[in-house]
Design a protein around this ligand. Sequence first.
Ligand code: LLP
Length: 463
Amino acid sequence: MSRSAHPAGPRHADVYPEGHYTAPATDLNELDPKVWSRTVTRDADGALTVGGIEVARLAEEFGTPAYFLDESDFRARCRAWSDAFGPDADVFYAGKAFLSRAVVRWLQEEGLNLDVCSGGELATALDAGMPAGRIAFHGNNKTVAEIERAVEAGVGRIVLDSFQEIVRVAHVAQRLGVRQRVQIRVTVGVEAHTHEFIATAHEDQKFGIALADGLAAEAVRRALTLDGIELIGIHSHIGSQIFDMAGFEVSARRVVQLLAEVRDEHGVELPEIDLGGGLGIAYTSEDDPREPHEIAKALSDIVTRECESAGLRTPRISVEPGRAIVGPTAFTLYEVGTIKPLEGLRTYVSVDGGMSDNIRTALYDAEYSVALVSRSSDAEPMLVRVVGKHCESGDIVVKDAFLPSDLAPGDLIAVPATGAYCRSMASNYNHALRPPVVAVRDGEARVIVRRETEEDLLRLDVG
Ligand code: LLP
């Protein structure tokens, strides 16, 4: 939210210091299509519907808190990415954003590939029938068991993250009598403009092998000498929730420079480059994400130009969007429990979930939007902080937002753009039961990940 100009409406006018908070210029009942999934709308009674189903019905059938995922929006975004990049490029959905068997099937049907980063994600992908050749396996510390599983399954590529891993993967593949296709992940030395925990291309961090000091060139040298692996390309992922294309352009340029060096030294033109994921989405109306076709054009233009000037054949490009595909397709539905107005400060609105279903606010200071969705309201806006039910004051879902001042316990509120890194980072803190993910499409809703039960919790507790 913005923090300028005038305080919120009359209720807060004498409470907030001038120049601190701005009441929203728009009607609180409006649902900004930038932050809500595509089939979300308000019906004639003012209640939110998704995929043609009203939230009150969803809450009744599936309970709260729950994530509702707009399947047709997910599929449309997959298609937008693959159409934008076209047949000469590959789109790998980053499963860490959110993965389930249903998602794996949708990806297959929409022609996308899948990036996994753990044995668990790999198992989910294979179980749901993703052809192994369409899977890329990532991670800065894959275990030997994970590497064996991936090589045995025949994954399309393993992205090597360290000098040790070059040897580990080569040995495993040799032992299994296969030649594993690999890429080397490099850190290109770009400072991406995002939260420090999700920036990954500067040198002082755990991922990848630095281009600086010739380390990446040395990694290529070693990889090319080992029989068990076939080096097919170079990989770079600069970070996450990034809006500025400049970082990707620098990254593409530096990766192409490395390809030119490899050609000059070894006479080999590596056929692929992967520019990672990281494209930002709108969490609030103030965010302005790029469309996939703009991103595709910017990346392919820069790669083509750099390759031309280096006299290289243009490699096949791949990208790995996670958040940009699934993030905007889901919202979390909560029921309001308690409301605590603090005169002169703000109103705390407690919901039936919290940091166990969305850790991003506490972890990255992430901003979210929120709306009253079980009805519309013409009441004055009030400044709220939406908090969870956990035993921790940092348990904040939405730090600063406006909701109608007639908000009452029992109302349903929803936080949009929670499709990425919410269910996948959910925890059982305070023995919370992780919420279900419900896919909604064309008037039908079905659970794709069920709500945890107390039996689930107790099953693990074998003492
Ligand atoms: N490729 C690689 C190698 C990655 O490490 C990641 C994300 C992606 C692709 C997908 O990035 P995306 O397009 O989703 O931004 N938990 C954090 C995000 C961590 C991202 C980790 N890697 C968050 O909630 O913001």
